[in-house]
Design a protein around this ligand. Sequence first.
Ligand code: ADP
Ligand code: MG
Length: 348
Amino acid sequence: MLEDKNQSRTSLSELGEFGLINHITKHFKINHASTVKAVGDDAAVLDASEQQTLVTTDLLIEGVHFDLSYMPLKHLGYKSVMVNLSDVYAMNGNAEQITVSIAVSNRFPLEAIEELYAGIQLACETYNVDLIGGDTTSSTKGILISVTAIGKAAKEDVVYRSGAKDTDLVVVSGDLGAAYLGLQVLEREKQVFQVNPNNQPELDQYTYLIERQLKPEARKDVPKLLKELEVKPTSMIDISDGLSSEIMHICSQSKVGCKIYEEKIPLDPQVISACEEFDIDSTMVALSGGEDYELLFTVSIDDYEKIKGNPHLTVIGHITEQNQGMNLVTRANQEIELKAQGWNALKG
Ligand code: ADP
Ligand code: MG
């Protein structure tokens, strides 16, 4: 475990709460004009401007959302920012600020919190967001981390889940299923390690899968790309729980149906080979795997020429009238109803 392998251990009680807050926040730079006051007062101050403000929060709990035996704290910090930025980009906006709240037990030394914040800082620098505040408290057991992201978009640019129309195309960025398989690989290695700690894992053929699980990247580039292509999605959502459950959110909020084509679902070659090895169906993994943090959106059929052949985007189906239902067209050309299964459906 990470906190055990650290050589130096500074007890959190040596610093005290305010010493700790100062220590972990002092290296963060502020970049946005909209950040009037960041850390250090009773509340941060933001300049609202004429644009609309986007706000989103996620809470991550040790043992429920992550396992520190294979999730290094630096990655945890990075990922907890990514999952929030992804939600802002899914509204077709840009993220400018985050707040970070943590609860830690005294089993964590200062060096562990430094690792966590190194990941948070890397995310802030890479995605150009300002850390503007948070809260720090103790927990009796384990670590909790909650990030709130604040973003902006012009009123006419905001994209909701509810705007999909019959005949719109269904589009996904990147590829699907890798993060779930990365988790399977890490879980398996953990068990092998528990049986024989001398076993060195062979992980070369899984690097992409593991990276997608441990260091996901939010698709900041996609709203920008769409703007350049002069395409405004009619609806959009980020894929945190698997394609199936996300397309169902779009369909139910837009009051439409859909047809998704199995053969069109983008899969990385490592996903295909790992599915063979684990003897699971790659379509099932893409539909129910989760944690891909890609964007799923719909565009008018009139925009097809603008997105056609773009290496970042794949058309996987189209929207239908609501009474047609939500269906997957298999490679054998059979239609089966999509089910709202999160990644839990893959267990067992
Ligand atoms: P208060 O007691 O008024 O809530 P705090 O002492 O909790 O204030 O926080 C002092 C300042 O430090 C505030 O600006 C707060 O947003 C910031 N802060 C506290 N904890 C964190 C943290 N874990 N990460 C980033 N900023 C934090
Ligand atoms: Mg406070």
